[in-house]
Design a protein around this ligand. Structure first.
Ligand SMILES: Cc1cc2nc3c(=O)[nH]c(=O)nc-3n(C[C@H](O)[C@H](O)[C@H](O)COP(=O)(O)O)c2cc1C
Length: 314
């Protein structure tokens, strides 16, 4: 099978999640880190900490940068090079309006001249190769046609395509026709990303597009980190969750309330088939004890949460 890549999900697939997924379930060939960015003139420390090689030991990690200004992009590339990274992903896909309206992420796809300036700056750095994670465009599903030729400046090792426009965010139909047009037109290896829900889905996609370089799985892997491990047991899910609690207890230093809030946030994407009552108890917990009781009850019911019926509508 071709490589299966874990898509970056800001707020979910950080180093704690990646290491837990890798050590308990595996089945992922490489992980993309959620994008890093420059804020107040420096690379966010939290982002640097997340890609620290010591916190990502034993996995293949591809850090990702999000920038509109070439000098910001270069600051991040320099910092990543110092950490030893030689493959860096460029985000041309983020659809969130506060970012895209500043011509970053998918917003940049409407401004080929900005993308060109960014690529020219990045191409000037020695010893680094790039990939690009992109959409079809910002507000038009054909904007990729102006971006694709510009990629020649950086000669990416591959491009990952989520076949929607930025304006669509994560809703609406995937535009498979445009995806197929990119697959035909791209001189660079293409990765498919979008709504892959199961191993079966992945196999069908690979059969349908035998020239794909890899497939990338996002929200479904966050929902079910054992998606790539057909023999995963309920104990594995409990173990995975224990590793999250342990990891965030160490990594967050804002006290119990912050830890509980973070763990509650994880349940926005984790096991979405969880029984509503159990989910509510997680949301309502105020102390770590309350949270752990509620989470334990939910994890005791993990088989139901993963059953195909509960799964529908993800
Ligand atoms: C909450 C959330 C955060 C995301 N963060 C990032 C990110 O940091 N970088 C990125 O390239 N894509 C990000 N994405 C997009 C995903 O990587 C992926 O492209 C998208 O979810 C579609 O794949 P899927 O249908 O398998 O989920 C994010 C998506 C969500 C829902």
């Amino acid at each position: 099978m071709i490589p299966v890549l874990a898509a970056p999900l800001q707020g979910v697939t950080d180093n704690v999640w990646r290491m837990a997924q890798h050590s308990v379930f595996g089945g992922v060939d490489a992980y993309y880190a959620p994008f890093m960015r420059v804020e107040h003139g420096e690379v966010r420390r939290k982002d640097l900490r997340d890609v620290d090689p010591e916190r990502n030991a034993g996995i293949t990690l591809i850090p990702q940068i999000l920038a509109c200004q070439p000098d910001h992009a270069l600051m991040m590339v320099d910092a990543l090079k110092l950490m030893g990274y030689r493959h860096i992903d460029i985000n041309l896909g983020c659809p969130f309006p506060p970012i895209a309206l500043h011509r970053k992420g998918s917003g940049m796809m409407a401004y080929p001249e900005l993308a060109q300036a960014l690529f020219q700056a990045l191409a000037s750095v020695d010893g680094v190769e790039y990939s690009v994670k992109m959409r079809l465009g910002w507000d038009n599903a054909e904007q990729w046609r102006d971006i694709l030729p510009l990629l020649d400046i950086i000669k990416p090792v591959n491009i990952a395509i989520h076949p929607r426009t930025g304006k669509q965010q994560y809703k609406g139909e995937l535009d498979i026709e445009q995806f197929e047009a990119i697959l035909t037109a791209s001189p660079w290896p293409v990765i498919y990303n979008g709504s892959l829900r199961s191993l079966e889905d992945i196999k069908l996609t690979i059969q349908r597009y035998p020239t794909l370089a890899a497939v990338m799985v996002g929200s479904r892997l966050a929902a079910n980190p054992g998606m790539m491990a057909p023999n995963a047991t309920p104990d594995d899910y409990r173990h995975f969750h224990d590793l999250l609690v342990e990891g965030y207890t160490e990594q967050l230093n804002g006290g119990e309330a912050q830890l509980v809030r973070h763990l509650q946030d994880i349940w926005q994407t984790f096991l979405p088939g969880t029984n509503r009552k159990l989910f509510k108890a997680i949301r309502k917990s105020r102390t770590l004890d309350q949270y752990e009781n509620a989470a334990t009850a939910a994890l005791n019911d993990v088989e139901a949460a993963l059953s195909p019926k509960e799964d529908e509508g993800l």
